[in-house]
Design a protein around this ligand. Sequence first.
Ligand code: ZN
Length: 478
Amino acid sequence: MSNCKYCGKNVGLLKKTHSECVELYNKGISEIRKIPLKYDSNIIPDGTLELAAGTGKKYYISEHESKTILLDEFKEVIKHLLSDELLSEKNEQIILSINKLFPEIIDNEKRLKIVQESIIRELLNGNIPSNRIRLEGGMPFELMKDETVVYLFKSSSLAECKDSAVRPLGFQPSPLNKGIYMERLHFFHIFDGFNRIIKAGDLYITNRNIYLYDGNNKGLKDRFSYDDINFLVPYDDWLVISIGFYAHAFKVDNSWFAFNLVNNLMRMWLPEKHSTPSDSLATAEYLIEKIKNDFSINEKEKLYAAHNKMQNNTIGITSSENNLENQLLKHKAPALHFSRLLDHLDAIDDFNICEKIFSIVETNNELQKDYNFLFFYYINKINIYYKNRDAVNGAFDKAMESCINMIKATKPLSCSNSKKNISENPSHPGYKQLAIIYHKQGKYDEVIKLCEQAKSEWWKGDWDKRIEAAKIKLEKGK
Ligand SMILES: [Zn+2]
């Protein structure tokens, strides 16, 4: 003979509980589990724990057990609220009201997520959040006038890449989309360079600058102004910024957050520079019109296939966003996006399509003034003609002509960079390819002249070696 563990009364032989008591107990559990639903989309009131305890009491459930059941249920609610694209203000309030009942329910990871998503939400609403983070011990260095710290990444580091030119990404991801936006094709190589961590410190993000502050070393700080940053790329746990031709990468714990944080702050600081400018839209419309009229159905299919290939090299972009025309409209640098199709077309089989792209780009006056774009455009053009130099009549001359045009078009770029003292310019395929061609043609005087010019414009390359080789040939020829 034993007693029922619920009601405490006799249950008779071979039994431990009354089946009706078990039923009541189970009903009690489901009643407590329903409590959060009562407040669906509302703040959870202070008396909710007592309500659960009172409910439990009616069904043989102890106060402690009632609390545990409710806690498990609210854990699910919080998980659900945090799975939204971006935490809304209302959901943040609900989470805070649950946190009041169960102070242990939000661990550090969740707290960080709530803070970060709330900062992005405020930025999207046009406010600069200044009270979301606490700086223990105050600011260690002086800020500019009207400058506010918005976020601090502790124990970050800086890596730099000065080995090769970085092509602007331009594509503006929707701030709510939590994908990683990285054009693997054009960026993966720079991450080899990024293995060189050059500095460690705390990363201060303000409404005007990024600072890497090395508190251990008498407070040395490096400042990166939003005025100078051309574009941002989140990559794994790095935020990559481009200044001039070169890239700098900062270690961050969450690159989705870091990207949206800095991207929104830059747009607020310099809206005309960091939002899609109206001339981008005009260029996009021009290109779309050309795609429609200048290509046959067959050729269009090849363009779209090339675009798909290109997008598949971009992490975090879903197939629904693969439409070429839509991408051009969204792009900050649509011509660059369009000319990148050249990377994914076959230089020889799709030669006619490539030539149409050249003609579309070169009959647009605005694009002929866009030095940044032309730098990358000519790299493709030189390659395609040079590859076809034996197969296509006149292709060799066109390759040479493209080198000369690239040299002309990029001269203003080299000057503006050396004025800003951004060390060396990247390597210049126009100069390099033309130097190779002149050397093969035996035009050694031209090689020397050309390499001296490349040196004077600070383009990276083995110019001295080429000059030396040409001089030796000239000596032998005498
Ligand atoms: Zn019983």
